[in-house]
Structure formats: structure tokens, C-alpha cells
Design a protein around this ligand. Sequence first.
Ligand code: GLA
Length: 746
Amino acid sequence: MSISFHENSKEFHLYNDEISYIIKILRNGQPGHVYYGRRLHDREDFGYLVEYARRDMAPYPYEGESKFTLEHLRQEYPTYGSGDTRYPAFELERADGSRVADFKYKSHNIFKGKKTLEGLPATYVETDDEADTLELVLEDEILQTQIILSYTIYEELPVLTKNVRFVCENTEGVTLLNCMSGCLDLPDRNYEMTELAGSWIRERHVHTRKLNYGIQSVYSMRGCSSHQFNPFIMLRRENTDEFSGEALGFSLVYSGDFLAQVEVDTYDVTRVVLGIHPNEFRWELKDGESFQTPEMVMVYSDKGSNGMSQVFHKLYRTRLARGKWRDKERPVLINNWEATYFDFDEEKILNIAGRAKELGIELFVLDDGWFGKRNTDNCSLGDWYPNLEKLPGGIKGLAQKIENMGMKFGLWFEPEMTNKDSDLFRAHPDWLLADIRRNYCHSRNQYVLDFSKQEVVDYIYAQMRKILKEAPVSYIKWDMNRAFSEVFSNGNDKVYQGKVRHKYILGVYSLYERLIQEFPDILFESCASGGARFDPGMLYYAPQAWTSDNTDAVDRIKIQYGTSFAYPLSSMGSHVSASPNHQARRSTSLDMRANVAYFGTFGYELDITKLPEEELKVMKRQIEFMKKHRALIQKGTFYRLQSPFESNSSAWMVVSEDGVEALMAYFRITQPANGKFERIYLKGLEPSAEYHVCEQFGAEMDYGDFCGDELMYAGVSVSDSSAGLAGVAWNQQGDNFSRLFYINKN
Ligand code: GLA
């Protein structure tokens, strides 16, 4: 890995064994983009890749010269005001209202390692040899402002990260109106764009469209990264599939409003930008102040979209997630939400916990309803002290009893919210993030607290800290259950309002950071009505996230499959819940529910005190199974084998880091009548090694020994007797059928 600077051609070449990224300082001093893709040999001058042409109507900055125009040059950080009339990557306003900018190369700095971003989550290195960084310093002398473009290339992964810092040295100040974290101008538009779109209980479904002229984008203006879109897009060639061809992943390490935009101009140049959504963003910088954008992560894969995902998984699991829990096997938990909702008391909780302990569950999580006088969702958020009617010994007493049973105790909080019926709101009505002089919307009867204000963050911190100090809490589920609707910070001026949305997220990050530093042993799980904040920013603080409020096994296949495009299995909270399922009203077998939930962090969320003895026996075995295999699942290499978005059946597998064992799950939604024979082609095995294949649970079939090449190229037959006369065979399962195979090297 290296970053070379060629003085004569003014080119920077960032490369490792797999990728190259080339920047050239253009004639006008702006950084131009030359190349991003598979590794190229280094050379002194790649200038031939920058093409110039005269095209009428284009603006030319040099008098008497009609070939050099920013309109048709690919750039690193395009600006308004130097001839480019496409969407710029940033906009700055001077005190007199001028938005014209012309930032020119001033200097650069190349160093080993990677800096942290103050107050913001970001990928990191453990030793400086893991990555090299280039900082390009640009300056606009008239604006008296600098832009520092940072690029980090990882040694072992085809990953390049970008971020931007603005430094104002203008006595009159400047105002940032838009500041994307990075831009990539690609030379053609022969790509398909994949995005993860959905809604509550239907998160991160995979959608793909062909790029076309104009703008295509995904975004959030909801204050969180959202159920609707995820801060991730993939561009891939039309012939790219899961395992071959070019796939370019773009991801933003941020949890608030974002924009991921692709603009294709009519000369087929594709411009990708990712960053904070400019909606309501207006950041005034005084002399001496700076602004740091979030980080944008780019992954290049020539091994298909699955190859791209595996790189994201590795990077986000090992160099974004942090702390004690990053590499630890995650505890099998039970959460009381779908078991009791608000209707519980200590006795009921202890009954569930006692039964859970017998089953081998390691962590009991007490969800919503333990604080203030909360028995419905219309009160008490913000009053983080225990309801002693429900829990006479408080959280301390309950947590201690659960610890005494030999289990760990976890607790739900929703720190960023309040209800009108709460002590917090009665004392501080102006702490709402809403224009309280007019009508403002509730959502689930709750209101957003103004986390842009330090005093609000401090108040919530003090309450949470008190509980965590006195009770043995090992896990926190941090929820966030509504979108922003009318953002206004009461008591603050106009300039402040332009900063509120971003400051809010910085407030959330700072509270996380304080708690993590003070309670480093706690495992955090983020949540936002299920998966509305399943983003890389959160993973820096909470190594796992509640993937969706939808716990139905069938729906979860699509949700978890889509989520796997950017996020590792170790980050996906996944539980076995009741059947019929509470969201989808669908009935599925206990095996099927577990076969989906294994591929994540695994737990239960149903009233186990009401289950028949046979089901409890099955659960006990499931828990043993998960404990035995969770290192493989949570740290292994994940392969999407067959998409649930494309057919009635789907499959995925995970291969252990050392390649010794693997698990493959196959799911079929509706039972075909006299259907086809079906095979699943495994991945990631050694062709010449011999493996033992054994079906788990239900069937418990021992299939014998096979070579890796047979399993990968000839495939594993998953046909059952539905291929023929519907009959009495054991594997004639009906709808919502799943199979799980354990593959072990001999
Ligand atoms: C959200 C979460 C759920 C549960 C409830 C409690 O919907 O996603 O898992 O915690 O809140 O109110």
C-alpha cells in the first residue's frame, strides 16, 4: 500500500494490492479525478486520462481558450463558481451573499495511519501500518477559507474513506450551505444503482434501477437515517452478479439526515456524492472555526456485490465497531417486549427470567414500561426512574435478582424522547425540538427532545448514569421511536437553527461516548422503531442494532438479506418470537424462526412461561446450538446464495474465519405442487478438502462426506418430495419451510 506524489504531473496515486485511486491537480489548481478501480501500476503521469474538448455553451475560465472547462472535467470536490454547472459537492456563502468559490491546491500531507474525527464516528486503524492517509489542503484566498480533503486507503482491504474539513480564516465569517463528505466522478454511466428501501417493519429491501440522465438519489430528512432509505448505495455493472463483476459500494458513517445522490450528465459522466442532507443545514463559521463532515466509505469489488458486502462486513465489524464487545460472542438474550408489552410486574418478569435461565439464556432484557408511570405509550419518557409499583425493588432490586439467578440484566431506554405527561416536560416544555408557539406533531404520543442543547443531554445523562451506577446493568437497548417533523430549537437564534439537525446528532453521539467511556462493559444495542437507525454511525457506539420490529421469520429473510449488503451478521439483532407472529400474523415453525434468527445476534422475544414442554425442549437445543456456533456466525464470512427478492426460495451461508466449518440455511416460502428439483451451490469452501454435511434439527440427517468442489459446483440438493406426488415423506413441509446444514471439514 502506498500513496505516491508525482511532482511533475502533480498526481497523487493511492493504491494497495487491489485498488488504485488517482487525483491530479488541474491547471486551475483544483483537484481533478483521474481514476478509481482495480489496481494500476504506478506511473509518473496519468494525464492522458483527463480529456478536454470544446463544447459550445460550456463556461471556460481562461480567456481565448476553449478546451479547459470544469463543466466537462471530472473532479474531486466540485464547486459552484468555476464553470461546473452540475450539482456541486459543497456550497459556501460569503458575508456579502456571494456563493462563488474557487479553491486551489495549496499543500498536501501524506502520513501513515488515520486520524479520528472529533465528535463523529469513523472507521479507524489499530496500528499505523494498516492504512495511509492523504490530506489535500485547498484554499480560496478571497474567501479566506481552507478545505482539507482527507483520503485514507486501507492496506488489506479495497477500501477508501473520505472526509472534508472546512477552516474559516475570514474575519467576516463564511456560511456552509452544503458540504458533502465526498464525491466521485465516474467516466461512464453503465451502472445499476442498488438502494435499501422500505418502511417500518419492511426495512432495507433491495431495489435496483439502471442509471439514467439526471438525478437519482436516496435520502433522509427525518432526523435519523430512517426506515425508508439507508445511507448506502451500490453501483454495479449490468453483468455483475453476487460473485463476479464490478460493484462499488458507498456508505456514510452518519446517523442523521443524509443524501446519497447520483447525477448522470448528458455526456454520461456519473457523479456520486454522499453527505449530510443540505435541507435546513446552514452552518455559520466564524474566523478560526472549522467544520468537520462525517466520513464516507467507498468499497471497490471486482468480485460482485457479495464481494463488496464481505469487505463492508470486515471493515465495519473490526474497524468501526469498538470496545469490549466488538470481538466477543454476543449473549443469547430474552426480551420481554413481545411477551408482556407494558403489562408486567416483578413477579412476571422473574418467572420469565427463571424459565429463561433453565433454557440456557444468558441475558434478560427489560424493555419499555419500567419507568415513571408508564403503562401505555402516552407518558413518562424522560422520567428515567423505576416504577416502584411494578418493580418494588427498583431496577437495582430486579437486576440483582436476575444476576443472582446467574443471568445478566439489560435495560431499555429511549433517551431522546419525552411525553407531555412527564415530569421532564412539565419542568422543561422548551426542551422540545419543535416550535412550541404553534401546533406540532406527535408520533406515538411522543416528542423529540432538543439534543442540540448541552443541558438536555446532561440531564438525560445524569438520569441514566444514576441507574447504571446503582444497578448491575450489562446491556442497554437505546431506542428512538419517531422522526423529526418541525425542527426548531427554542430560545436560540436564527444562526443556531441552521445547525440544529447536525448538532442533535452530535449530542446523541456525545451521550453515547460518555456512557461508553464510563461503562465500558455494557453492550449497547441501537434501535429506532426497529431498523430506522441501522447505520454505520451507530455501529461505532453500539456494535449491534435491532434490525426490525418485524420478527416474522419470513419477512425477516428479506430484511436481513437486504441489511447484509452493508452490515455484518454480528450487528443484526434477531429474535425468535411467537407464532402466529405479532406483526405479520403468520405462523411458522419454531425451527424456521430460529433458522432465520441464528444469522444475527440471536435471542427470544415471547412469553416462554406459556409454551408447551416440547417447545421448550426444542428451544433448549436451539440455544445450545447457537452457543456452539455463534463464533462461526458472528465472525465468519457471509455469502448470499439465492435472493428472496427473486424467487420463492432463498439461501445464505456463513463460513468460519479458518474455513473449517460452515452453516447454510435454505428457506422456501410457499410449497410448490409437484415442483422442480432444487440445488444450492455453496461458496467459500476448499475445492479439494473433504467436508461432512449434516442437516440440523427437524430432519437431523447425516448426508455423509463430500469434497468442497462437489458442494460448490455440483451443489447440495434441497429437493423434497414436493417434487412429485405430495405425500407423507418427512420433508414434505408445506409453506414457510426451512433447512439448515452444518458443513464441517474432515
Ligand atoms: C420500539 C422498539 C421495540 C420496543 C418498543 C417499546 O418499537 O423497536 O423493540 O422496544 O419500541 O416501546
